[in-house]
Design a protein around this ligand. Structure first.
Ligand code: SF4
Ligand code: SF4
Length: 277
């Protein structure tokens, strides 16, 4: 079984020296990474790997493994390691024992895919992240927040303070790493290891523990801030309403007092009462 390497200061996703990707012993054999690899470099434990028609013994019998000779760190295909992006337990990591340059990895990609033309702007983790591509035609439009700040797709309950859904019901937007199309999944289903498939291109998405924790914390923080703002506003409105009502009551009482002035200054009654009928 592969042991987790002693990692350098940077992790997958940083900009810096690059290393071949390796799967550590924390692998839970979920299989999410295997179909994501553009080079068929990932194999299930115990399964022989193939290269140019030659079969070789499995590198690991217990967990999924990566064949270093076939791994390009996704250079030429993606701007990040596809296996690391979907691994729910973050166990696809750089192998410090095998540092490789972008040039070496690109040459490998060309050897593995002689039928493919790699333009100068080929995707690579070595490059600074580019701005997100627009969603392709036919892809679901990005979730937009309509006036009032209610998230698209959110289940809206009655009452102003309940304009946002409970955390579990919140529809989390997922931008497909393959086609950049967007779809949503209720947070209650966003759990490490769950596999979701893009409705536009069928590419999979598997939340990692880190993703789950970050979304959970973000929802909790936003929800607390949102509801706190409503509470503060309603308290202030209650105070202002009370002050306004007191002021109006004072005015009303003064007016009633002034009404008495029309009648309270008449002459005292005499015995000669006027008869009206
Ligand atoms: S980094 Fe990319 S090329 Fe290497 S094993 Fe993972 S998915 Fe395959
Ligand atoms: S995605 Fe991660 S946990 Fe799942 S099989 Fe691949 S390396 Fe193992």
């Amino acid at each position: 079984m592969l042991e987790k390497p002693d990692l350098p200061a940077f992790r997958v996703g940083g900009i810096g020296p690059r290393m071949a990707t390796v799967i550590t012993s924390e692998c839970i054999n979920c299989g999410a990474c295997e179909p994501e690899c553009p080079n068929t470099a990932i194999y299930q434990g115990g399964v022989e790997w193939e290269f140019n028609g030659v079969m070789s013994a499995a590198i690991s019998n217990e967990i999924f493994y990566i064949v270093p000779e076939k791994c390009t760190e996704c250079v030429g295909f993606y701007d990040q390691e596809a296996c690391a992006a979907v691994c729910p337990v973050d166990c696809c990591v750089p192998d410090p024992a095998r540092p490789e340059t972008e040039d070496v990895l690109l040459v490998r990609a060309k050897e593995l895919h002689p039928e493919t033309t790699f333009n100068d702007d080929f995707p690579s983790r070595f490059k600074e992240p580019a701005a997100a591509d627009p969603a392709p035609a036919g892809a679901a439009p990005a979730a937009a927040a309509p006036a009032g700040g209610v998230p698209a797709g959110a289940t809206v309950a009655a009452g102003p303070a309940s304009l946002i859904p409970d955390a579990d019901d919140w529809e989390i937007p997922i931008v497909c790493r393959g086609c950049r199309g967007e779809y949503t999944v209720a947070f209650q289903y966003i759990r490490p290891g769950n596999v979701f498939y893009c409705p536009h291109c069928q590419a999979s998405f598997v939340p990692t523990r880190t993703t789950y924790v970050e979304i959970s914390q973000a929802l909790e923080a936003f929800s607390g801030k949102w509801r706190g703002a409503f509470d503060t506003f309603q308290e202030q409105r209650h105070r202002e309403l009370t002050a306004f009502e007191n002021k109006q009551r004072d005015e009303f009482e003064k007016f009633e007092e002034s009404l008495r002035s029309f009648t309270g200054q008449g002459q005292a009654a005499t015995g000669n009462r006027r008869r009206w009928f």
